[in-house]
Structures are given as structure tokens and as C-alpha cells.
Design a protein around this ligand. Structure first.
Ligand code: COA
Length: 260
């Protein structure tokens, strides 16, 4: 499908998705949220894609938030719909059957910070700026930000950033554990692709099940999570890639996984 607000580029089994509204700092208007939902529905279950990298077009912004010119027209009813729609699309990203790496290449404010937090791994450029500045607009984060930030860092720090609207520099985000690594901007995409290729080279079924188990920690008490883990572990033991991986180790050669 052709998208108006997304650039989708395939590099072998890595899909690079760019939010493409650079003149508006890639602000998420309704059309972009709709397109993200359609795209992530298409990617889910697509065996030809192993890893997705999500980034913003240009060198200024990942996503500078929901589109404030659209927000400005919201009322109580349409505001709820907007929030629920965005949450549903971001949940699709978080629950995708393959990893999504956010390559945060500039401002990641409001909906942009929330979008990055819906991804599984966050890498950032040195000029990245995170934050939930919604209180400055008289609203609160509506695309899962209150929930994901409090779980990703800690509730006290999350409350501070959400209540003050203060932004978080890339080094601070790294210290908080909000991003995994910070790179000079020119290194960000090569590093994201390097990580994506590394993951794509592993046993695909194991990667998918490991991701599901890690994501389950958000909703699941530890004992139940361990039961899930045992189930996924045993599924891996039935795969050809498990045989190949363990045989390759014992035969002192590199494993050649088939994703089966
Ligand atoms: N929604 C709509 N448009 C946005 C936007 C948003 N969230 N963020 C940036 N833009 C637009 C600006 O209106 C401007 O468009 P214009 O040139 O047509 O006027 C363009 O993107 C560049 O933004 P500008 O403010 O001129 O750039 P800057 O470098 O001075 O500041 C930011 C960058 C990100 C600090 C500033 O744009 C900003 O604060 N944006 C809003 C962030 C926010 O509150 N997000 C949460 C929304 S819920």
C-alpha cells in the first residue's frame, strides 16, 4: 500500500519506517496514526520481515507530538476517540510479532515519546529530546504515556516529567534507562541497522517468543510469566532451528537458521 505520511523502505528482511511530515516535525496527525495502524497490521504475521526500525524523516525530529492543530479542535467526545485510537495503534506496535527498534533522531515529545516507548528497543541520536509536555497544552499524555513512562523509568520520575512537562535530554534518557544507547546522529541509523541485522540473524521463532515473554511482564505476575516462559521454551525445542543451533554449537560451526 502507498502511504502519504510514511516512507517504508525494505533492506533485505529489515523494514525501515519513517514518519514523513518533516515540515511539521513529523507531528502525528490523524491520517498518520491511521496509516501506522494499517502498516503494522500488514507487518504482523509477515514472515518476510524480521525486524522493524521506526524513525522520523529529516534530522530534527523523530515525532514532535500529536498534531496540535488537530488537537485544538477536540471536544470531550472526539478527544476520547483520538486517545483510544492512538492507544490501539501503539498497542499494535508493542504487541507486534517481531521486534521494533525506535531510532530516535531528534524531538520525541508527547505522542513522539509515547511512540518511542511503544517500541521494544530505543536508540537515540545525541540531539534527541524526550518529554511529555502535554500539561503545557492543558491536556495529559493520551497515547499510553502515563502508563509506559511510569513502567519504563519509575513512577516518581515519570510523575515529575509528566507534571512539569520538562524535557529529557538524550544523555539523561540513557541514564534513566529510557533509551538503550546514544550515538552521534550520523551513526544512529547504521547502529540501528547493525542491531536489527544481528537480531534478524538469530532463530526467528525464538526471537518472536522471547519478545512475547518479555512484553508479557507488563501484564503478568512473575509465576504466571514463568509458566508462559516454560510454554514458549518448549515450543522452541520443537523447532528445526533449535536442532540446528545446538548441533552447530556441538560441531563448532556457525548455525544456519531457517526460521522453522
Ligand atoms: N503539532 C503540529 N505542528 C507542530 C508540532 C506539533 N506537535 N510540533 C512542531 N510543529 C510544527 C510547527 O508548528 C512548525 O510549523 P510551521 O513552520 O508551519 O509553523 C514546524 O513544526 C517547526 O516547529 P517550530 O516550533 O518552528 O520549531 P522549533 O525548532 O522552534 O521548536 C519544538 C521545536 C519541537 C520545540 C516545538 O515545535 C514544539 O514545542 N512543538 C510542540 C511539542 C509538543 O507540545 N508536543 C506534544 C503535543 S501533544
Amino acid at each position: 500500500m502507498n502511504f502519504q505520511n510514511l516512507i517504508v523502505e525494505r533492506k533485505s528482511n529489515i523494514l525501515i519506517v519513517k514518519i514523513n511530515r518533516p515540515s511539521k516535525y513529523n507531528a502525528l496527525n490523524d491520517a498518520t496514526i491511521t496509516e501506522l495502524g494499517i502498516l503494522f497490521d500488514e507487518i504482523n504475521g509477515d514472515d518476510s520481515v524480521s525486524v522493524v526500525i521506526l524513525t522520523g524523516e529529516g534530522d530534527k525530529a523523530f515525532v514532535a507530538g500529536a498534531d496540535i492543530s488537530e488537537l485544538n479542535k477536540m471536544d470531550v467526545i472526539s478527544g476520547r476517540k483520538l486517545s483510544e485510537k492512538g492507544q490501539a495503534v501503539f498497542d499494535k506496535i508493542e504487541n507486534l510479532d517481531k521486534p521494533v527498534i525506535a531510532a530516535v533522531n531528534g524531538y520525541a515529545l508527547g505522542g513522539g515519546c509515547e511512540l518511542a516507548m511503544a517500541c521494544h528497543i530505543r536508540l537515540a541520536s545525541e540531539n534527541a529530546v524526550f518529554g511529555q509536555p502535554e500539561v503545557n497544552l492543558g491536556i495529559i499524555p493520551g497515547y499510553g504515556g502515563t502508563q509506559r513512562l511510569a513502567r519504563l523509568i519509575n513512577p516518581g520520575r515519570a510523575a515529575e516529567y509528566i507534571l512539569t512537562g520538562d524535557s529529557i535530554s538524550a544523555p539523561e534518557a540513557e541514564k534513566l534507562g529510557l533509551v538503550n544507547h546514544v550515538y552521534p546522529q550520523s551513526d544512529l541509523m547504521p547502529k540501528a541497522e547493525e542491531m536489527a541485522n544481528k537480531i534478524a540473524g538469530k532463530a526467528k521463532i525464538a526471537v518472536g517468543l522471547a519478545l512475547k515473554a518479555v512484553i508479557a511482564t507488563k501484564e503478568t505476575p512473575q509465576k504466571e510469566g514463568e509458566r508462559l516462559e516454560a510454554g514458549y521454551f518448549s515450543l522452541c525445542c520443537g523447532t528445526e532451528d533449535f536442532k540446528e543451533g545446538t548441533n552447530a554449537f556441538l560441531e563448532k560451526r556457525k548455525a544456519e537458521f531457517k526460521g522453522k
